[in-house]
Design a protein around this ligand. Structure first.
Ligand code: NCD
Length: 305
């Protein structure tokens, strides 16, 4: 049985197929409207979410399926002390596929070993967020036409930002990609990402604290939020949260065809004055999230159209 726990669960060919399906859904939505009739998706969200949960729900409804679940652990038996394993075994009696977000790294992996139905990781702690990465890849494909040869600047909280870890993993599998990793020293990319992905694959990357220095070289600028909920003390968060604020002024040295991305939610790191710049694609990115999740649900439920 296929799950989506880590972006590495999919080969490059499989990712390209998901993107092709998502693009076909964009062109021909009616063809897909009843493909999940009679199917049920459970969304088990132990952490807050707007885009990920609602885009999964919208995706399932647009495929003709239905959705059940909870959006906070406090409203389920989790608050009584039920384990992830017991919760998913229960939910698997009512649903065909599970989407889980959890503050603990590895919880969706445990769920996938117990559920007996496909499980999708919708974000596990500061670890991974494979469906945000699929969203990012579809966005890059639509904005840039492909993946090869791109210089990607990733800026902000590279330590706790789970979307960053999955994105580096995925983009490293395409030819001639290089990274500029822009963060305060305290929030730099974890060693394991360098040691497991960047170094063994000889992917060119530089680490810097300066967004200004990096700007002229970037094809993509992927901004991220400082992940307040993963900090051990509030003072550190307050000190670091506004390290990078993208304003129209800072974009003066950027390439004319730069793509500015952000998984959202944004706090202060992109000024609203940037939103009208045609290079800002973060709201288009949100929209693509639904289509790629439709493709993923079909793939995991083994429904071919
Ligand atoms: C991200 C997440 O939950 O990791 N949000 C999302 O799913 N689009 C990014 C974030 O919370 O900063």
């Amino acid at each position: 049985m296929k799950h989506c726990i880590d972006i590495k669960d999919f080969t490059v060919d499989e990712i390209n197929e998901l993107i092709a399906t998502a693009e076909d859904i964009i062109e021909n939505p009616v063809k897909y409207a009843h493909t999940c009739n009679g199917k049920k998706m459970a969304t088990l969200f132990y952490e807050p979410s707007t885009r990920t949960r609602l885009s999964f729900e919208a995706a399932m409804y647009e495929l003709g399926g239905v959705v059940l679940g909870f959006s906070e652990a406090a409203s389920s038996s989790v608050s009584k002390g039920e384990s992830v394993a017991d919760t998913v075994r229960t939910v698997a009696c009512y649903a065909d596929i599970i989407v889980m977000r959890h503050p603990k790294e590895g919880a969706p992996l445990v769920a996938s070993m117990k559920a007996g139905i496909p499980v999708i990781n919708a974000g596990d702690g500061g670890h991974n967020h494979p469906t945000q990465t699929l969203t990012d890849l579809l966005t890059i494909k639509r904005e840039k036409g492909g993946f090869s040869g791109l210089t990607i600047g990733i800026c902000g909280d590279l330590k706790f930002g789970r979307t960053v870890h999955s994105l580096i993993n995925a983009m490293s599998r395409y030819p001639d990609v290089s990274f500029v990793l822009i963060s305060p020293e305290e929030l730099c990319i974890p060693d394991y990402v360098k040691e497991e992905t960047l170094i063994p694959k000889n992917i060119p990357f530089i680490e810097t604290t300066s967004l200004d220095d990096a700007m002229p070289y970037l094809d993509i600028l992927y901004m991220t939020r400082v992940q307040r909920e993963r900090f051990f003390n509030e003072a550190d968060y307050l000190r670091l949260k506004d390290t990078y604020i993208l304003t129209p002024d800072k974009l003066k040295n950027a390439k004319p065809d730069l793509s500015i991305m952000h998984p959202l939610p944004r706090v202060n790191e992109i000024s609203v004055a940037v939103d009208d710049d045609p290079r800002a694609c973060y709201f288009r990115q949100v929209r693509y999230g639904k289509f790629i999740r439709m493709a993923l649900i079909l793939r995991l439920l083994e429904i071919s159209v």
